[in-house]
Write a protein that binds this ligand. Structure first.
Ligand code: FES
Length: 417
């Protein structure tokens, strides 16, 4: 072909340089490919270890469209299974989490499985032919592993180990995620492709314009900081901008634009970016759909308080965001209340931050359907590679790292065990 690059190669090269074809947000065939090549082949965050503290505690998830359950055994082990009865397929529970006691019992014909997944109860078993064996009908296991206090599962048996998968991200995560426990959750569905949300969480170019609260309270907060790719599609975003927040400006704006009068003192402790002068705020993004926004570092050690967020595709133009706010196990009741108040105020389909991002995702999805421009631009910060200490907070090394990995997965060029 005279050295011409294929269309696929051009798409890959474009994505690595920060130019992404808009088809990936609108084409249902792409979503099928993503489910098969990305969601089945990556470690997916499920919950925290303290969500599964007692035997029989379980947590469920939908990964690549497949229901999965993680349950704690009497021996303290966490085990994951396909959440589907081996008799005729009913999910063993439709609840997101709970405690099943000693047995997962199917509601349909009451087959019962113990916490190790073995089939231990079959009503009127004598009616089956002699060839029937309970041993052949245990729950089908799925890979499950933990990193510090986070629980992950992976559907594809060929995924690398969780530690290998996280790679150098382990060092960034290790500062924050030991000795934490969930204290609150919220979840909502937005009209937009799942990638728009994950891109947004790595994007420090938009907040001053999208979020009135940031525009008013933290002008120029992203003038310093960093944004760089870590291996396998993971990334780190930092900002260290001016402190303290100008809450009076925001209060005046609210009064002027919407006639809402707020107590400035009430707003102060509830703002997410409540960090001491000079300490960085961070978003740690794990490929493909996990974002962690921890509390600031103090004396080199990360504060064990913040948000863990996943975004799950429900269709090509619909996705669910789930946020867990966590706290250090030794936080006081007052510190927990502040962390919860921060979640309630800023994150959620109603929050001062997330409602704006939900609107932005919706507007992007609408515009992406048009044929006017065929690509999206992530070219801020011109140097090749993953960016380093020189990368600015508003650069887009994070997004380019995501799309580098994204196309590797779509092509099947992924790490294998
Ligand atoms: Fe579960 Fe029949 S489908 S017992």
């Amino acid at each position: 072909d005279g050295g011409m690059t294929s269309v696929e190669d051009q798409v890959r090269l474009g994505a690595a340089a920060g130019i992404v074809d808009r088809q990936i947000y609108t084409d249902p065939a792409i979503l099928e490919l993503e489910r098969e090549q990305i969601f089945r082949r990556t470690w997916q965050y499920i919950c925290m270890t303290r969500d599964l503290a007692a035997p029989g505690d379980y947590y469920t998830a939908l990964i690549a469209g497949e229901p999965v359950i993680v349950v704690k055994g009497n021996d303290g082990e966490l085990r994951a299974f396909y959440n589907a009865c081996t008799h005729r397929g009913a999910v063993l529970t439709g609840d997101r989490r709970g405690n099943c006691g000693q047995i997962l019992k199917c509601m349909y014909h009451a087959w019962a499985f113990n916490l190790q997944g073995s089939l231990v109860g079959v009503p009127y078993e004598e009616g089956y032919p002699d060839s029937f064996s309970r041993d052949e009908y245990g729950l089908v296991p799925v890979h499950c592993d933990t990193f510090l206090d986070l629980v992950f599962v992976a559907l594809d048996p060929a995924v690398p180990s969780l530690e290998q998968y996280l790679g150098d991200m382990t060092e960034h995560l290790a500062d924050y995620l030991d000795g934490i426990e969930p204290i609150g959750r919220n979840s909502w569905i937005y009209k937009g492709n799942w990638k728009l949300w994950h891109e947004n969480f790595r994007d420090n170019y938009h907040p001053e314009w999208t979020h009135r609260v940031i525009h008013d309270t933290h002008p120029h907060y992203a003038d310093s900081g960093g944004n760089w790719g870590v291996d396998h599609g993971h990334s780190v975003l930092q900002w260290t901008g001016p402190r303290p927040p100008q809450v009076q400006v925001y209060a005046r704006s609210l009064a002027r634009h919407s006639g809402v009068h707020i107590d400035v003192e009430d707003l102060k402790p509830r703002h997410q970016d409540d960090r001491p002068e000079g300490t960085p705020g961070e978003v740690l993004a794990v490929f493909p759909n996990l974002d962690i926004q921890p509390g600031p570092k103090q004396g080199g050690r990360g504060m064990r308080r913040g948000y863990i967020q996943t975004v799950t595709p429900l269709g090509i133009d619909r996705a669910r965001v789930e946020i867990t706010v966590y706290s250090s196990s030794d936080d006081t009741a007052e510190e927990r209340r502040d962390a919860l108040a921060s979640l309630a105020t800023s994150q959620g389909s109603w929050g001062t931050i997330s409602c704006d991002d939900t609107e932005a995702a919706y507007r992007c999805q609408l515009g992406l359907l048009g044929q006017g421009t065929r690509s999206n631009l992530f070219t801020r910060g011109a140097a090749p590679g993953r960016g380093g200490s020189d990368a600015q907070s508003r650069d887009e090394y994070s997004q380019r790292e995501f799309y580098r990995a994204y196309y590797d997965y779509l092509d099947g060029q992924v790490l294998q065990r």
